[in-house]
Design a protein around this ligand. Structure first.
Ligand code: PRP
Ligand code: URA
Length: 209
């Protein structure tokens, strides 16, 4: 079973509480999502492998460390995942970015895929799938199905707020992936929204409602 971690750093928790408030503006919401993604990225990248490299300082030759192995890709689930991309890229600026477009059918709550555009060598990359919300888990499961179908093997899922229902569904469907969240909330309501949650992440991020 992959790792499941609630990243409870005080700065993340503080920013998340502001994010949840109903009266936080679109501008502030966007800034906070990016800041939290960056702070989470620090933790999520903790286990990236290192290798030794010989370099030369102004004083002498020396053997030091650099990131090794697989190259990175950040894959946001549209729309709301886009809000997390810049935060992660500020830590790993050379990462490639793929996009998976998905919306939830409002009746069935099941996700519908409408776009998949990924780096060509996605099968060789360490992938961070990002989406602020893990609610029923349908979108995350389908996005990761889609990546695996294209050969992706090293996947971490990073979200801000998750519900127990979505976490269970994602862990059952994809037991091999690591899951990071800033909060595990109480439950889903009858419309599939996370309680207490933060409302509709896409609408809040883009100001569409
Ligand atoms: C939201 C959110 C997730 C999904 C989570 O997207 O960004 O992708 O819901 O719900 P689930 O776990 O039940 O699948 P939404 O469908 O509202 O699309 P949007 O980001 O384009 O607004
Ligand atoms: N998608 C959201 O944007 N918010 C929720 O609470 C659930 C799904």
């Amino acid at each position: 079973m992959g790792k499941f971690q609630v990243i409870s750093h005080p700065l993340i928790q503080h920013k998340l509480s502001i994010l949840r408030r109903f009266d936080t503006s679109t501008k502030h919401f966007r800034e906070l999502v990016n800041e939290i993604a960056m702070l989470m990225g620090y933790e999520v990248s903790r286990e990236l492998p290192l290798e030794e490299v010989e370099i030369e300082t102004p004083i002498t030759k020396t053997v030091q460390k650099q990131l090794a192995g697989k190259k990175l890709a950040v894959v946001p689930i549209l729309r709301a995942g886009i809000g997390m991309v810049d935060g992660l890229l500020s830590l790993v600026p050379a990462a490639k970015v793929g996009h998976i477009g998905m919306y939830r059918d409002e009746e069935t709550l099941e996700p519908v895929e409408y776009l998949v555009k990924l780096p060509e060598d996605i099968d060789q990359r360490q992938i961070f799938v990002v989406d602020p919300m893990l609610a029923t888990g349908g979108s995350a499961v389908l996005a990761i199905d889609s990546l695996k179908k294209r050969g992706a093997a090293n996947i971490k899922f990073v979200c801000l707020v998750s519900a127990p229902e979505g976490l269970k569904r994602l862990q059952e469907a994809h037991p091999d992936i690591d899951i990071y969240t800033a909060a595990l909330d109480e439950k889903l309501n009858d419309k599939g929204y996370i309680v207490p949650g933060l409302g509709d992440a896409g609408d809040r991020l883009f100001g569409t409602k």
